[in-house]
Each structure stands twice: as structure tokens, then as C-alpha cells.
Write a protein that binds this ligand. Structure first.
Ligand code: SDX
Length: 393
């Protein structure tokens, strides 16, 4: 049989590890990072503070946060030769593929990051990745837009410097816009971790072979790219745009999503764990309305999203399957309002998820988890004799 008697496709009912990082209750729609409610963290904390909490287990004191921020700033330059890898990509390359490649390339320029034999090695690899990743993320967008690459500004805070790298126009002084910083901060916090989702499980299993941190995160980026996972935030906006251009006929798309002969699914709806509203979707929905109002943007796609969500939530097919809007349903509306190209939405998801991936990888290594190597149920051919090619029909 190959060693087992039953299999669990998609590991729907398999626990892969013990973890003290994130708690989800899918029935009640609860999400907590290290015991703190996501609602409190999204409202009151900064992304760097939440990153520290996820990675080291406690909310930092001001001294601890300042030191973490300074140590990250000291690592926030990227070797100029990485430009050559970026330049080799066509302009229309999907930025998730570019980001995964550049993240993996960090190993070549920082070989010391692979062998983690002490707390200092672990801390150094973490600060290198937290420092260089935002630069690579901004380079992906600037490459798409044909804009000069930027390194941010170490005199600014972590989130402000990231916003500057992302949004500074080449021909003008950059002024931090509070609405944009707060919206980005909240979105990054809401994406920061989500227990053993597809990409985090990928980061853990790659790291379980003692591959380096950068290579493990690069694998996680590839898993997140898929439209059933992080890629859904791009697919949601493309779906809402299609509905808007189709006269706003969201009933037609709901019918399509229910039709089993049609591979179309309502993107941004449903979740493996949440059989209730995704608590992140609730917060992002309110934030989307606030950001559009603050920036004075009328986005008809938001109206389509509201109508589609209401119609689906009242539809028997969705209700009977506990399908609710998930984190990806509204996030793209904010990214769009910030002028971020739709292909970059999943890259922003990766930027938010980075501290969660790091925290989970660190926990897996500290717990000395064994190499991930599941078994199977063999359903292939029984023993058979080799035949010479001249005798084969
Ligand atoms: C993320 O795991 C995480 O935590 C992920 C994430 C994170 O933070 O890391 O939360 C981020 O990936 C959010 C999910 C983003 N993906 C999408 O929005 C894509 C659309 N959603 C689906 O493809 C689906 O809901 C999944 C992939 C999210 C969950 O799939 P499951 O748990 O494997 O559920 P399933 O495919 O077995 O569906 C159960 C039923 C099926 O119908 P029946 O066979 O019972 O008739 O619900 C149907 C499905 O066809 N269904 C949908 C649907 N989602 C599920 N039908 C139409 N539209 C949908 N969106």
C-alpha cells in the first residue's frame, strides 16, 4: 500500500505541527497573533510592532522596537548586482515570479544566511530579510512601471520608507500621506500570518530540509502566487472589473459560480478554515470605504463588490456551504485606490505575510521539526517484467 491506509487530500483534517504563533477559530471567525485579537492589532499597532510580536512572541518595548528597526535599517541595502537579474526579466513578467527569483538570489549575495547555528545567525538572517524584502517588492513595481529603482530612506520609519520606495515620483519630493501609510499598515498587519495555510506550509516543509531562510521564503512566494491562495486578490479585481463592464450583472456571475460544469469560482469567497465571515474581510471592508472617502475616490468596482457580496450572502448555495468573503475580497479595492497595479496585489500580500513566514520558519527550526516527508497510498501497477524496446507494441 505504500505505508498508509487512508489519505487526506489537501490535508483538510491533518495537523502538521504544534505552533504558538497564530490562533484561528473558523466557526466563530476569530484570528489572534500570539494571543492578541487581530481587531486590536489592526487598530492600534504598527506593522513592524506586529512583525516583532509574531517573530519573537511578545509585543516589543519602545527600546526593543527601536533596536529591531535600526538593525533592519542596517541591512536595508541590496547588492547592486541583483539589478542584473531584475534587468533580465521582460517588463511584463508577473512580479510574483520576479520577487520569488530575487528573494532566492539573496542567498547568493548573503551566503552566511544559510547556516543557522546560533540565535545571532537567526537574528541576522531575519533582519537581512526584513530589510531587503521591501526594497525588492518596490523594485518589482518600479520595473513594471519603467521607473528608476529606489532604496527608501533610513531617516524614515519602516512603513514610511516602504511607502516612499513604492510611491515616490521620480520628479518630485515625496510627502508621506497619512491615509496611505495607515491603509498600508493595516493591510500588511491583516496579512501578516494565518497559521498553516498553503504558502506557510510550503515555507515550513522547504525549511525542514535545512534549506536557507531566503530559499524557503522564495518557495512560499511561489505557493502564494496561485489564484486559489494569495493570487485571489488579483483575480477578485479582474472579476469585479468584468462584472462592471458586463453592465454590473453580478447575478450572472453568481449563477456561473454555482454551475458545476463551469470552472469559474467567485473569487474572494470561501475559505478552508473560516465557515463564517473572515474577520480580516470585515476590517478591510470598512478601511476600503474610509480610504476611498479620504482620497475622494469614487470606485464603481466597490459598488459591484457590495452588490455581489450581498447577493451571494443571501444565496442558498453559498449559505449552505458557509461561503463568505475572505481577506482577498476587498483588499484589491484599497490597493487600486493607492495606485498599485493589479499584478502587484499578491506581491503586497507577500510583503504582509513575510513576518508570519519568518516566525513559522523560526519556530519550525527551534522546535527541531523533522524533515517533512509524508507517505502515500500506492494505486499503480503490480510487479511486471521489463520488455525490450523491440518487443513493445
Ligand atoms: C487565502 O488557508 C488560508 O488561510 C489562506 C489565506 C491566508 O491568509 O493564507 O486565508 C488566504 O488564500 C484566502 C482564499 C483565497 N482564494 C479564493 O478566494 C479563491 C476562491 N475560493 C475557493 O477556491 C475556495 O473557497 C478555497 C480554495 C478558498 C477553499 O477551498 P476548500 O476549502 O478546498 O473548499 P472546497 O473547494 O472543497 O469547496 C467546498 C464547496 C465546493 O462545492 P461542493 O463540491 O460542495 O458542491 O464549496 C464550493 C466548492 O465548489 N466553493 C465555491 C467557492 N469556494 C468553495 N463555489 C463557488 N465559488 C467559490 N469561491
Amino acid at each position: 500500500t505504500g505505508g498508509v491506509t487512508t489519505i487526506d487530500p489537501g490535508f483538510k483534517n491533518t495537523g502538521s505541527c504544534k505552533s504558538a504563533i497564530t490562533f484561528l477559530d473558523g466557526e466563530k471567525g476569530i484570528l489572534r497573533y500570539r494571543g492578541y485579537a487581530i481587531e486590536d492589532l489592526a487598530e492600534k499597532a504598527s506593522f513592524l510592532e506586529v512583525s516583532y510580536l509574531l517573530i519573537f512572541g511578545e509585543l516589543p518595548t519602545q527600546v526593543e522596537l527601536d533596536k529591531f528597526e535600526q538593525d533592519i535599517k542596517n541591512e536595508s541595502l541590496v547588492d547592486e548586482d541583483i539589478h542584473k537579474i531584475l534587468d533580465a526579466f521582460p517588463k511584463n513578467a508577473h512580479p510574483m515570479g520576479v520577487l520569488s527569483s530575487l528573494t532566492s538570489a539573496l542567498t547568493a549575495f548573503n551566503p552566511r544566511s544559510v547556516e543557522i547555528t546560533s540565535k545571532e545567525d537567526m537574528y541576522h538572517a531575519i533582519t537581512m530579510l526584513m530589510g531587503k524584502f521591501p526594497v525588492l517588492v518596490s523594485w518589482c513595481m518600479r520595473k513594471m512601471k519603467g521607473e528608476p529603482l529606489d532604496y527608501g530612506d533610513i531617516d524614515l520609519g519602516y512603513e514610511e520608507s516602504f511607502a516612499k520606495m513604492m510611491f515616490k515620483r521620480p520628479n518630485q519630493e515625496y510627502k508621506c500621506n497619512k491615509t496611505i501609510i495607515n491603509a498600508l499598515d493595516k493591510l500588511l498587519i491583516l496579512h501578516a500570518d494565518h497559521e498553516q495555510n498553503c504558502s506557510t506550509s510550503t515555507v515550513r516543509i522547504v525549511g525542514s530540509s535545512h534549506a536557507g531562510l531566503f530559499a524557503s521564503i522564495s518557495a512560499g512566494i511561489s505557493a502564494l502566487w496561485g489564484p486559489l491562495h494569495g493570487g485571489a486578490n488579483q483575480a477578485v479585481i479582474e472579476m469585479l472589473e468584468a462584472i462592471k463592464n458586463d453592465g454590473g450583472d453580478f447575478e450572472k456571475y453568481i449563477t456561473k459560480a454555482k454551475d458545476k460544469s463551469d470552472p469559474f469560482r467567485l473569487m474572494g469567497f470561501g475559505h478552508r478554515v473560516y465557515k463564517n465571515f473572515d474577520p480580516r474581510a470585515k476590517i478591510i471592508k470598512v478601511a476600503a470605504e474610509e480610504v476611498l472617502a479620504d482620497l475622494g475616490i469614487e470606485d464603481p468596482v466597490l459598488d459591484v463588490a457590495r452588490g455581489l457580496s450581498e447577493a451571494a450572502l443571501n444565496d442558498e448555495y453559498f449559505k449552505s456551504r458557509n461561503l463568505y468573503p475572505n481577506v482577498d475580497f476587498y483588499s484589491g479595492i484599497i490597493y487600486r485606490a493607492l495606485g498599485i497595479p493589479v499584478e502587484m496585489f499578491t506581491v503586497l500580500f507577500a510583503m504582509g505575510r513575510l513576518p508570519g513566514w519568518i516566525a513559522q520558519w523560526k519556530e519550525m527550526r527551534e522546535n527541531k521539526e523533522p524533515i517533512g516527508r509524508p507517505r502515500q497510498l500506492y494505486v499503480g501497477e503490480p510487479l511486471r517484467a521489463y520488455s525490450e524496446i523491440k518487443d513493445r507494441k
